[in-house]
Design a protein around this ligand. Structure first.
Ligand code: PLP
Length: 397
């Protein structure tokens, strides 16, 4: 079987030629000055993307490793935590919090809605002594974006530590770690940054470091240890790693982040993702299909989630689209597996006419299998949004 011509999924997403070239560049000694400088450069650029002066840590392992490392480091038995759940990843995070002994207050909303900051304010008032608030900024499995800015400020004003999974948010929507008082954020390179899946990109505030230092259950001398990175790498003046970094992954992540910064910067990247999302939503609606998020106000920039039409099977439809048109799309994930389709528009997939390819292949594939969709109206609608935006850009330039 050949790889697909288009990977327009919920991630990992297609990498650019610059990233591929970096991944294929020579594997050098980790203490070679070239690599040391590249590692530090990646940290500086990541901090710029995250809009933070906090320390950043590049951990070796796909973002789940960073999420687990953060939970283990920040939670001790008895930590009073408020976990905000609007999707699959936040529910999973809650399981970790409980595993490590936190006393968890879980606020769960329907997975087609976002968290309302008014509820967070009420819960923080109602429950005395909440020390930790966790949220997933952009819930990739359901295409929902939560208002991290407002919630971060609420956590701060109540004296709680703010934790955010920004894995699929960074580069695709605004992430302001410092302005929003996010004490610990975990991003992934394989989503909107279009890098390789294999690293966790983490920012840690002074306060979060202190919580870890004071936590006897925080991992030390472990692959899961954030503190090892602090003690060995950061405190030691960024000359010695706790263990050998994944040289090729660091090269790939550096290229991915540099590409965002070199092609208009983070704001331009966010604008591309927002436009692709808007075009995709317009196309899906015009075909006569229903979006999964109840409101566009909180529809994510990284993926568009679509309710599976009656009588259609998600897995066989995706297989058909891939086989006949060479386009890989995503289905649901976790408990939403059979309920929805996801059209990804992250990194290169947010550029050019990729939303047209996604909507066209999706609509035509559904029609082939007997669904009642208006493919022409869908593709027209995508083009109308893209063309109008491009014309406006040209006028402004
Ligand atoms: C992709 C993603 C992760 C990492 O999970 P994987 O499925 O292992 O890639 C975590 N959180 C969110 C919100 C994600 O989108």
């Amino acid at each position: 079987m050949e790889p697909p011509d288009f990977t327009l999924t919920a991630g990992p997403t297609a990498a650019s030629s610059r990233v591929l070239q970096a991944l294929g560049s020579p594997v050098i000694f980790d203490y070679d000055p070239v690599f040391l400088e590249r590692f530090r450069d990646t940290e500086r650029k990541l901090a710029e993307l995250m809009r933070t002066k906090n320390d950043v840590v590049l951990m070796q392992g796909e973002a789940v490793l960073g999420l687990e490392a953060a939970a283990r480091a920040l939670i001790r038995p008895g930590t009073r935590a408020l976990n905000l759940v609007s999707g699959v990843y936040a529910a999973w995070f809650g399981d970790w919090l409980r595993d490590y002994g936190a006393e968890v207050i879980e606020h769960v909303v329907s997975y087609d809605e976002a968290i309302d900051p008014a509820d967070v304010a009420r819960l923080l008032d109602e429950h005395e002594g909440i020390e930790f608030v966790s949220i997933v900024h952009s819930e990739t499995p359901s295409g929902i974006e939560n208002p991290l800015g407002e919630i971060g400020r609420l956590a701060q004003s109540h004296g709680a530590l703010m934790f955010a999974d920004v894995v699929s948010a960074l580069g695709g929507t605004d992430v302001r770690v410092d302005d929003w008082h996010v004490d610990l954020a975990v991003a992934g390179p394989q989503k909107c940054l279009a890098g390789p899946p294999g690293m966790s990109l983490i920012s840690v505030s002074e306060r979060a470091w202190q919580v870890m230092e004071d936590n006897p259950s925080a991992p030390r001398g472990s692959f899961l240890s954030l503190l090892d990175w602090k003690h060995k790498w950061i405190d030691g003046g960024r000359v010695a790693f706790p263990y050998t970094p994944s040289v090729s992954d660091v090269n790939g992540v550096n290229a991915a982040i540099s590409e965002v910064l070199d092609t208009g910067g983070v704001d331009a990247s966010i604008a591309r993702h927002a436009l692709a999302a808007r075009a995709t939503r317009a196309g899906v609606r015009a075909m006569g299909l229903e979006l999964w998020p109840k409101s566009d106000d909180y529809a994510a920039n990284c993926v568009t989630a679509v309710r599976c039409p009656e009588g259609i099977d998600v897995a066989s439809t995706l297989g058909h689209i891939r086989e006949r048109y060479g386009v890989m799309l995503s289905g649901g994930y976790g408990e939403l597996k059979e309920k929805l389709f996801r059209l990804g528009h992250m990194g290169p997939a947010a550029r050019s006419l990729n939303p047209l390819v996604a909507v066209g292949a999706f609509g035509r594939g559904l029609a082939d299998l007997g669904a009642d969709v208006n493919v022409g109206a869908g593709t027209e609608a995508v083009l109308a949004v893209l063309s109008e935006a491009r014309a406006a850009e040209a006028t402004a330039a």
